[in-house]
Design a protein around this ligand. Structure first.
Ligand SMILES: Cc1cc2nc3c(=O)[nH]c(=O)nc-3n(C[C@H](O)[C@H](O)[C@H](O)COP(=O)(O)O)c2cc1C
Length: 220
């Protein structure tokens, strides 16, 4: 049965105001960068909850919201996660990554050492939920990676607008996160996102972004 409907309208604005709003958003998001050097300065739990609330408003296939956000600040858990992530990353850098991938990573200066996993005040682990129990039956979710990716995008933007630094981290394979965090079998780790404040001496690679002309085509 279709859901009941409610009215939907957006504020009427002159086009100049719309352009100004878009420009303002671009200006604020231009300073978002992936941070790999965190300080241990605490971040209140409420702030993490608000950013997850923003993520939770993302569109999702059939509105299933096929995500679970696990926010970790327990030092013992962070230590376990660091240890397991570094073990996977050592395999990745020493054996599993093909030369082409190592070359692609070279400008970022990353390696198997992940001290930020203990230093950042929060590790937000995002799980994809491919199916859920519904009325005693397993019910499949739809467009799961697309949906979870969008929710993560909302989360990263919410953190940035709240003045928090993030790192989109994938120490793959990431099944150790399900084991360490005691999550059920229908939850699969998707991203590991340290959240906090940049270290006082934090630096980021000076990367070039494609221009809008390079990524946008009008019609054919
Ligand atoms: C799906 C995904 C996985 C990523 N995995 C890692 C990672 O494991 N380690 C890391 O240091 N950065 C990782 N990154 C961050 C990218 O390297 C970074 O977004 C990219 O270099 C662009 O830099 P910027 O985010 O500062 O604009 C990942 C980003 C994405 C979107």
């Amino acid at each position: 049965m279709p859901a009941p409907t409610i009215p939907y309208a957006l504020p009427e604005l002159p086009d100049e105001r719309r352009l100004a709003a878009a420009d303002e958003f671009i200006a604020s998001i231009t300073t978002r960068r992936t941070c790999r050097h965190f300080s241990d300065r605490p971040v209140p739990r409420e702030l993490i909850e608000r950013c997850v609330a923003a993520a939770n408003l993302a569109p999702s296939g059939a509105n299933r919201q096929p995500w679970r956000f696990v926010a970790v600040d327990d030092p013992g858990l962070k230590r376990e996660i660091r240890r397991a992530a570094e073990a996977e990353e050592r395999e990745n850098y020493d054996r599993r990554f093909p030369d082409e991938w190592l070359e692609a990573l070279e400008p970022l200066g990353t390696n198997a050492e992940k001290p930020f996993l203990e230093i950042a005040p929060w590790l937000v682990v995002v799980f994809r939920v491919d199916w859920e129990w519904h009325g005693g039956e397993q019910r499949k979710n739809y467009y799961v990676p697309e949906s979870v990716g969008l929710a993560c995008g909302f989360f990263l933007v919410a953190c940035h607008l709240a003045g928090l630094a993030t790192l989109t981290h994938t120490p793959s394979p990431m099944n150790f996160l399900r084991d360490i965090l005691g999550r059920p079998k229908n939850e699969k780790p998707f991203l590991l996102i340290p959240v906090g404040h940049p270290a006082a001496d934090a630096r980021v690679p000076d990367l070039r972004k494609k221009t809008v002309q390079e990524v946008l085509q009008w019609n054919r």
